[in-house]
Design a binder for this molecule. Structure first.
Ligand SMILES: Nc1ncnc2c1ncn2[C@@H]1O[C@H](COP(=O)(O)OP(=O)(O)OP(=O)(O)O)[C@@H](O)[C@H]1O
Length: 604
């Protein structure tokens, strides 16, 4: 459940020292669009130049043809103003056209990289990160960055250039009044700096809170049935209400901060304009300015009002983009710890005999106090099936997850035919290992795609054989057969049906190693017997490691290992352990265990 945001403190401290550092680090994504950005900047600058030229034409109109009653001159200058207006419109169109394609392309590239990186991160990272946080980073944070890079940044550059150009023109028209306008940049700078600091913190709180609310919504959607069954709807609604209220309050704080600052951004240019009007009129009276020059001066100054007013929005957008970049870099900076070693080699299915060996293996979850597994020594011979039995929570699933390297051993090593698993290419290892977890996850795609997840090249015969083996032929009877799209997480299927599809997926293509976590737990007695019989055939020529809770499933195994307190305490055949190890009897039956304090009862 969402309790707090999950950005690493180190990354946050870093971002606090350099608020724009992480945004700056995204510049490689702009590189492919450098030419387009150059064109759009050029078009935008040319459009600004065209718009700045209009007041200067007006000055000439007022001081020239209007003062002299010169109709031809008026027409000529009028045509020039018209031309400038058309040129500005065309240039703005070119800018917008170029702008949209490059920014959307950049966002897509960043999203693809983020997604690819998420896939490379070890399972432990995903356990730590709330899904809603990841979701909000890969959707809304990226959109915020796109908006800033395509609009905010461009207008920041354009507005600064416009400000500088207008000030130069104003100084040329009347140095003192021009310098007065230039001096108004000082309070604007101070207001901007203060606003940026406060808005940065508020943006971070807002974006983190959005992630928390997204997590809550996602968890509610996934656990709807459980929540309803336990009558926890009102409690959840209250928790959502609190999260949404916090989001609302932060949003309101942000909006009020922006409103207060925008008022100041409105005030400064308007005050300056008032002073200029009075002082300018006095200058005209003294003959220091012509009326045309005063009109041009005021028109040019009016052109500064929008760039200054929009400063609040641009800074807000920039700060949101900076915090979004911090949140994205926190993910990208998390190194994928389970990666191919430089010398890693690939093994073909044909080269593998299937001798799996755990040598003094230990494992502890990062951040957890004591290790879950210690000094595991276990050998599974080629073609042998070993059942792993132990009390609930003793580390069976964890041990299984070490085989496809979903987690990395913290000590010791696991070998396959003598090769340390860390010396094998991850892709190759995972093709050799068929896995079915306790919670059978199906993705919102067709049954066929779900089945061939690890073997996209599998043929129809292989899929048919896997379905037969898992007693999952019901899939052919679904409305569109194997093309039926199963709902999110396969919720439209029963638990037993999902388990059988997950089992079919694991055995597809007869992997060299089978790692099954309680593969028959959700099946009725009749289906269990059928799947068991079929599994027995597969297990004959595959090395397998099964987590088993029920005595009936133990019969599938050649040998059994009893895990207790993170250690293998007994290995032997089912009947040997039954006869000689009371703790084993206690785990497999409802019989309370006396000698072995650490072993409790498992659900039967
Ligand atoms: N991602 C995780 N982070 C931290 N601790 C974890 C994580 N997953 C499991 N654990 C802890 O590791 C221990 C072993 O869990 P594991 O799921 O391997 O047990 P198990 O024997 O498979 O249990 P069961 O029979 O109920 O499936 C438990 O104490 C559990 O709380």
């Amino acid at each position: 459940m969402p309790a707090q945001s999950d950005g690493s403190p180190a990354a946050r401290d870093d971002a606090r020292t350099h608020p724009l550092r992480n945004l700056w680090r995204l510049r490689p994504y702009l590189r492919p669009y450098a030419t387009e950005f150059a064109w759009l900047l050029l078009a935008a600058l040319a459009a600004t130049a065209a718009s700045l030229a209009v007041p200067l034409v007006v000055q000439r109109v007022v001081d020239g043809p209007v003062a002299r009653h010169d109709g031809t001159g008026l027409l000529r200058l009028g045509a020039l103003a018209l031309l400038l207006g058309v040129a500005e419109a065309v240039l703005i169109f070119i800018r917008r056209w170029t702008q949209s394609s490059s920014s959307v392309g950049m966002e897509a590239a960043l999203r693809a990289d983020l997604y690819a990186h998420l896939q490379r991160l070890p399972a432990g990272c995903h356990d730590r990160w709330q899904s809603g946080q990841l979701l909000s980073r890969i959707t809304s944070d990226l959109s915020v960055i796109r908006r800033f890079l395509s609009f905010g940044l461009l207008f920041l550059v354009l507005n600064l250039v416009t400000y500088a150009a207008v000030v130069v023109l104003l100084i040329r028209l009347h140095p003192w009044l021009g310098l007065l306008v230039a001096a108004s940049a000082v309070p604007l700078f101070l207001i901007s700096r203060r606003f940026a600091r406060h808005y940065h913190a508020a943006s971070r709180r807002m974006q983190d809170q959005q992630g928390d609310v997204a997590t809550l919504v996602e968890e509610t959607a996934q656990g709807l049935r459980t929540m309803r069954a336990y009558g926890r709807g009102p409690e959840l609604a209250a928790r959502f209400g609190t999260g949404a209220r916090t989001l609302h309050d932060i949003g309101l704080d942000k909006a009020r901060l922006l409103a207060r600052t925008s008022a100041l951004f409105d005030l400064v240019p308007n005050l300056t304009l008032g002073v200029v009007l009075v002082a300018g009129a006095a200058a005209v009276a003294r003959g220091e300015l012509t009326i045309g020059e005063l009109v041009a001066f005021v028109s040019l100054q009016l052109m500064l009002i929008w760039p200054v007013q929009s400063l609040g929005w641009i800074i807000a957008n920039g700060q949101e983009a900076a915090t979004a970049a911090d949140r994205i870099q926190e993910v990208l900076d998390t190194p994928p710890t389970i990666v191919d070693a430089p010398h890693a080699r690939a093994l073909d299915r044909g080269q593998v005999r299937g001798r799996l060996r755990f040598e003094r293996v230990a494992f502890g979850y990062p951040g957890a106090g004591s290790p879950v597994l210690c000094e595991i020594d276990l050998t599974i011979e080629p073609g042998e099936t070993l059942a792993l039995v132990g009390a609930t929570g003793c580390g069976k699933s964890t041990l299984l997850s070490l085989v496809p390297r979903l987690h990395e051993v913290t000590a010791g090593r696991i070998t396959l035919d003598g090769h340390d698993l860390r010396d094998l290419r991850l892709g190759s290892l995972r093709r050799l290992v068929g896995v079915a977890f306790e919670e059978p996850t199906l993705f919102s795609m067709s049954v066929w795609e779900n089945l061939t997840l690890g073997r996209p090249d599998a043929g129809e015969d292989e899929v048919r054989a896997a379905l037969a083996l898992a007693q999952a032929e019901f899939a052919y009877r679904l409305p569109w057969g194997l093309a039926t799209r199963v709902g999110e997480q396969g919720l439209s299927l029963s638990g037993g049906q999902r388990q059988r599809l997950a089992l079919a997926r694991a055995v597809l293509g007869r992997p060299a190693l089978l790692v099954l976590d309680d593969p028959l737990s959700a099946l009725d007695v009749h289906t269990e017997a059928l799947v068991e019989a079929a599994l027995r055939r597969v297990l004959r020529d595959t090395t397998a490691l099964l987590v088993v809770h029920r005595p009936s499933t133990v019969a599938l195994a050649d040998r059994v290992a009893l895990l207790d307190g993170g250690r293998i305490v007994a290995v032997g055949t089912h009947s040997e352990l039954l006869a000689g190890v009371p703790a084993y009897r206690a785990v497999l039956s409802a019989e309370p265990e006396r000698q072995h304090g650490g072993v409790g009862l498992v659900h039967s």
